[in-house]
Every structure is written in C-alpha cells, then in structure tokens.
Design a protein around this ligand. Structure first.
Ligand SMILES: C[S@@+](CC[C@H](N)C(=O)[O-])C[C@H]1O[C@@H](n2cnc3c(N)ncnc32)[C@H](O)[C@@H]1O
Length: 270
C-alpha cells in the first residue's frame, strides 16, 4: 500500500517531539522531587474515580484517586504470591500500595529519575518491596523474571515504545501479564494500538478510562491547587498546574474535548 506522506510526516513529527521533550521531563521530575521536602507527593498520576469507593487505610486517604488508578489497573489480575515489576514507578506510591494491599511475593520499582529512586529507597520499608534506578528501554533484569509488569502514565515519555514493549516481553515469564495505562494524543492512539498488536503479547483487555480520569482530576483539583500554592515558586505555577492537569489547563481541556485519551490495556505473554 502507498504511504500517505502527510500521515508519515505527522507520525515522525510526534515521535521527534517526544524525543526533544524527554530531557525537559527528566529535569522536571528531578525538580518536583527536590521541592517536596515533607514527602507529600508520592504519586505523579492523574487518578481514577468511579462510583465505588475503595476501602483504604487512613494514611492513604490523601492519595485516594491515584491509588484507585493503580487499583483499577492491578486488580483485574490476582497478584497474590507473584513477582511484580513496575516500570516508571516515580516516587513509589503505586508500588507501595500493591505491596501493602495486594499480597504479591515481591514488587520491584524501576525509574529513570535517580532522585525518585533515592527517595523510594529511603521512604519505604515494606517486606518484598525494592527499587532500582534504570531505563525502561533497557531493563536490567534477566529474561523470564517477572509474572507481571505494570506501567502507569510513564510510556508517553519514552523515545522508543517498540523497544520498551520488547523489553516487557523479554522479562515476563510465559503466561505473565503486562498491565499498562497511559494517555495519548488522539493522533497517536492508532499507532499505539499498532505497536501493541505487533509486540508479541496478546491483548486481552482494552478500555478507555478518560471519563474516570477527568472525574478524578475534578475531585482532586482543590488539593492539587493547595499543594502547588504551598510547594511551588509562583513563577512555576502555570507550568505545574499544566503538569498536574488542574481545571482550566490545556491538558484538562484536551481530555474533556477528546483530544487526549487515557487508555488501559491488559496483555499476556503466551
Ligand atoms: C507521570 S510519572 C508516573 C509515576 C508513577 N507511575 C505514578 O503513577 O505515580 C512518569 C514516570 O516515568 C518515569 N520515566 C520516564 N521515562 C522513563 C524511562 N525511559 N525509564 C524509566 N522511567 C521513566 C519518570 O521519571 C517518572 O517518574
């Protein structure tokens, strides 16, 4: 079939834009980590809300919507007794939730941001939970090492999604699951689906969870505005609100207008 040059340009433009923005986001995650002296920020995702209210311990209530996102993603598979890898674990809130609530044998969190991993190593002391610094595109683990790989709101920053999916396939044991959730601009949704179709893992569930993410953003808005007010220097408020997806930001509006979607997949290795 002939290649449509406009489409081809569009795809290269978005891939190139992702590559150029990567160093910026690395610095940004590092900076966010530096601001949070009182360890208030342990999640960096947009959250999930529906009509169910997940039962949580009092100390987790502050992070309800971010935890509910992990719960929605992780809870479709019984994780009890399994070895879990979380790629792009950020400040470790999700890995800690899984280790404390879902009874896996082990949870290993890995992230490109060294400062976040230093934070995780210092902050969490949970049996079976550990962290290491590393890149999603070159995972420092042997083949067939994990029953489940989890990846939440991180892959849209990767410069080579196919390579990441190859790494997930390699480190998963036969029969293992890849639990994956992230946002994409509408132009990139088809190419994500193609990447997943071609990655040798079988798609067993596919869900658009944008309405639940918008609901969580609205419910968490006040708390996020308060955190930004307290932690972030004024000249960075606009940028931080955009990052946090608070109301009236371009990011929030692009979810509402369907310009971005939040997708959730379960895939399995044969
Ligand atoms: C939006 S945060 C989400 C963190 C966490 N999953 C959560 O929900 O709180 C994205 C994370 O992906 C990490 N990341 C970006 N590129 C990465 C890569 N190539 N390898 C590993 N982690 C990466 C960032 O450092 C950041 O911590």
């Amino acid at each position: 079939m002939p290649v449509n040059p406009v489409r081809k340009f569009g795809r290269s433009f978005f891939a190139c834009r992702a590559k150029l923005l990567n160093p910026f986001w690395e610095v940004w995650y590092w900076y966010i980590s530096s601001l949070d002296k009182d360890k208030e920020v342990i999640f960096l995702n947009y959250g999930y809300a529906d009509h169910n209210k997940l039962e949580l311990k009092k100390e987790d209530e502050n992070n309800r919507y971010s935890i509910q996102l992990y719960n929605h993603i992780a809870n479709s598979i019984r994780l009890e007794g399994l070895d879990i890898l979380e790629v792009g674990c950020g400040r470790g809130g999700g890995a800690s939730y899984i280790a404390r609530y879902l009874a896996p044998k082990s949870v290993k969190g890995i992230d490109l941001c060294k400062k976040s991993i230093d934070f995780c190593k210092k902050h969490y002391h949970v049996k079976g939970l550990s962290f290491c610094h590393g890149n999603a595109l070159s995972l420092p683990f042997m083949d067939n090492n994990f029953n489940v790989v989890i990846n939440v709101e991180s892959s849209h920053r990767y410069s080579d999604m196919e390579r990441f999916l190859g790494e997930v396939y390699r480190v998963l044991r036969p029969g293992g699951y890849f639990l994956f959730a992230d946002l994409r601009d509408e132009e990139l949704i088809k190419s994500l689906r193609k990447q997943l179709d071609n990655c040798r893992l079988k798609i067993i569930k596919e869900e658009i969870i944008t309405p639940n993410v918008i609901k969580a953003l609205v419910l968490a808005n006040e708390k996020r505005m308060d955190l930004i007010e307290r932690l972030v220097p004024r000249f960075l408020h606009g940028l931080t609100k955009e990052f946090a997806g608070t109301k009236e930001t371009a990011l929030h509006k692009s979810f509402v207008r369907g310009k971005k979607e939040y997708l959730y997949y379960i895939l399995q290795k044969d």
